[in-house]
Design a protein around this ligand. Structure first.
Ligand SMILES: Nc1nc2c(c(=O)[nH]1)N[C@H]1C(S)=C(S)[C@@H](COP(=O)(O)O)O[C@H]1N2
Ligand SMILES: [Mo]
Length: 329
């Protein structure tokens, strides 16, 4: 792959890896998006780049305009589609990394609704197809860093969760957001195993949920999410460990108290509520200083140093100013 140097960032040159017709279509879409981009999503230099990834052609297309949010900061080569879809954590379908790809075919993603409830002026139930149209889709290339000390680079497709949150008008009592995911034993063989207290739940503080980097995610590699990656909708919080990014969400609750989250409930000494990627705070059983990039498993592959907030410190560091990140891990 060839690279193009631009203002200190290195962007893959998309025209060389995307078929010209797809490339032209995306440019048009992108120009439309750039014209309509508002506020913090205003098009910057990165938005002028076309998309770097080609569709694998396996699932329904879900193109997204290249975003200036987040995408500009990750210059690593995206992990292969095959690795992203065959090395998964989705315990509802089994605990081995290869289980979700093998077992998630039984997940039915239509009909699907997402209930929004709690401290909001406009609660309601969104059909997934309405949710898909709520805001323009963007492609965001984010690192996903698991607490198990491996990472991937994924071209996600979605829009900022803030787009949905603003529409439901949270009240002053909304201090946290809880994400509740599907737990259906008929579709999910792992539910019977009781490794976790189902349903899998996660949560964010309101300002974390509103941060433009927090992505309501519907696709990857320009197509809808494969079941094993959390179809039909999940959250991606790129500066936190992967487990904060709940898959196959059915309910979003706005609450006043810090909500229950699955891993914190299961192993409170090992997993805190915040779970920010932090190379200086080791997991009780292993170091978090470095990580293994999936797909770079050769004999001479080097581990990579883990970056504070997974590399998003300039964007999110302010959210935690004055907090003791050893206490709030
Ligand atoms: N519902 C649900 N969401 C989940 C998980 C899970 O087991 N169930 N695992 C989490 C963990 S630990 C990680 S690292 C990421 C993995 O996402 P990926 O398989 O798409 O890479 O999903 C997170 N979301
Ligand atoms: Mo994880």
């Amino acid at each position: 792959m060839h690279f193009l140097k631009d203002r200190g960032f290195v962007h893959p040159r998309s025209a060389e890896i995307t078929p010209p017709a797809v490339y032209r279509g995306r440019r048009q879409l992108l120009q439309g998006l750039a014209a309509g981009a508002a506020g913090w999503l205003a098009a910057g230099p990165a938005a002028a780049q076309a998309l770097p990834v080609a569709r694998p052609g396996k699932l329904a297309p879900l193109p997204g305009g290249r975003s200036s949010v987040g995408g500009a900061y990750v210059t690593d080569k995206p992990t292969s589609y095959s690795d992203i879809t065959h090395y998964n954590n989705y315990y509802e379908f089994g605990t081995d990394k290869s289980d979700p790809a093998q077992n998630a075919g039984t997940l039915r993603t239509r009909p699907w609704t997402v209930a929004v409830e709690g401290a909001v002026k406009k609660p309601g139930t969104y059909d997934i197809d309405a949710l898909l149209k709520l805001a323009p889709m963007e492609e965001r290339i984010y690192r996903l860093r698991c607490v198990e000390a491996w990472s991937m680079v994924v071209p996600w497709v979605g829009y900022s969760l803030a787009e949905l949150i603003r529409r439901v008008e949270p009240t002053g009592n909304a201090k946290f957001v809880q994400f509740v995911t599907l737990a259906d034993p008929r579709q999910m063989p792992g539910i019977a195993s009781r490794v976790l207290d189902w349903p899998y739940v996660e949560g964010l503080r309101m300002d974390e949920a509103m941060h433009p980097l927090t992505l309501l995610t519907f696709g990857l590699y320009g197509e809808v999410l494969p079941n094993q990656d959390g179809a039909p909708v999940r959250v991606i919080v790129p500066w936190k460990y992967g487990f904060k990014s709940g898959k196959s969400i059915v309910k979003i609750r706005f609450v006043e108290q810090q909500p229950k989250t699955s891993w914190n409930t299961e192993l409170p000494d090992e997993y805190g509520f915040y779970s920010n990627v932090n190379p200086h705070v080791d997991h009780p059983r292993w170091s978090q200083a470095t990580e293994r990039r999936i797909g770079e498993d050769g004999l001479f592959a080097k581990r990579r140093p883990t970056l504070m907030f997974n590399g998003y410190e300039p964007q999110v560091g302010q959210l935690y100013a004055g907090m003791d990140l050893r206490k709030y891990y």
